[in-house]
Design a protein around this ligand. Structure first.
Ligand code: RAM
Length: 349
């Protein structure tokens, strides 16, 4: 049965290539459909926020590696723009195809619930990864690192870079992105709780994880706040855009950039001083862990309940832990990238 599904998927990809672009469909990208001869082959789908984001590409690459290592099939999808509506179109297609699991980097915490509940009602195992959906919409969540630590450490970095006083701003992804919103909440908590009387968070702006919009939002911030000292971008797309604008405008040393960035995209700005240092985790590992979690859910090794344990290939053993009333699987701690180590990481991810 699964073999037939795999063949249908492969055929539909071929047909869609011949059919060209149907404007009635959401702009959806089929990154890869692979086939396998394995008798009990499973089909696992991963949906990222949007296309054109190298971070998302790496996450999906890690997912595919895990799924294919176990002889199963990976379907990698993302809408062109980071919207809920386009992710719902993809979820409904995957329900129609009868996939075994859906891992999703959500474009909204609550709004995907009806579609993801329909998937679970159809027997599909559902988990979120990187950007969580609400507990009712998932069986568990793959968290890259502790959100409190991510939020607090970014503010601490910014404060240190500006010598303890001045204006800072946040350049985020979309206003509905649950991962960025949670990190920003922790940034605000850190600002309230810390000894930061001379630090002012002037504004949070949204570049929607689109390069051009992130550049435009950075430029607007610089124009609106001539005394701005630091931009914190908790998004790999945003931080790269901010690094470019600060470099192009000759503002290195005057306006600092920090946040969460891909070493491959940020090496240039770490080396030229626009971004003294930044943080991230390994996106390949987030995807790989999602793949093993999805397979454990389908195999019945876990149900996503607190205390469940499973093996995630080269990453070792994991336990399902609490996430408030819900559950999650935690990858690890964020890593600091700075001039002394950026060279060795820039070719990895
Ligand atoms: C962007 C995306 C992703 C986030 C990283 C840090 O690539 O918004 O969801 O985890 O930044």
């Amino acid at each position: 049965m699964k073999k037939v599904l795999v063949m249908v998927l492969a055929l539909s990809l071929v047909l869609s290539l011949f059919a060209g672009c149907n404007k009635d469909d959401a702009e959806v990208t089929d990154k890869e459909v692979t086939t396998t001869e394995k008798e009990d082959a499973q089909v696992h789908a991963f949906i990222f926020k949007n296309t054109g984001n190298p971070y998302g590409e790496k996450q999906m690459e890690g997912f595919r590696e895990a799924i294919e290592k176990e002889g199963h099939t990976a379907i990698l999808k993302a809408p062109e723009n980071p919207t809920v509506e386009d992710q719902i179109v993809i979820i409904n297609e995957l329900i129609g195809q009868g996939v075994d699991s859906i891992s999703i980097t959500g474009n909204d915490f609550d709004a995907l619930q009806p579609a993801l509940e329909a998937a679970m009602d159809a027997g599909i195992k559902v988990l979120s990864a990187d950007s969580a959906v609400n507990p009712a919409s998932r069986m568990t969540h793959i968290n890259q690192a502790d959100p409190e630590l991510i939020g607090r450490v970014e503010v601490q970095a910014a404060v240190e870079m500006i010598g303890g006083s001045g204006q800072i701003a946040v350049l985020s992804a979309t206003s509905q992105a649950s991962n960025q919103n949670l990190w920003i909440e922790w940034m605000k908590t850190e600002l309230e709780e810390g000894d930061y009387a001379d630090v002012e968070l002037v504004e949070v702006v949204y570049g929607d994880d689109l390069r051009d919009k992130s550049v435009a939002e950075t430029e607007a911030l610089l124009q609106k706040y001539p005394d701005l000292k630091c931009i914190i971008a908790p998004t790999t797309v945003g931080i790269a855009a901010a690094g470019k604008v600060i470099t192009d405008k000759g503002l290195i040393g005057e306006v600092m950039v920090t946040g969460l960035g891909l070493p491959s995209e940020m090496a240039e700005y770490i080396e030229n001083g626009a971004c003294p240092w930044m943080y991230l985790w390994n996106p390949l590992d987030v995807g790989y862990l999602s793949g093993y979690t999805a397979m454990a859910l389908v195999d019945g090794t876990i149900t996503g309940a607190l205390g469940d344990t499973f093996s995630a290939g080269k990453l070792g053993d994991f336990e399902v832990i609490a996430d408030g009333e819900a559950t999650q699987v935690m990858l690890g701690a964020p890593y600091k990238f700075e001039p002394s180590n950026i060279e060795e990481w820039k070719t990895v991810y």
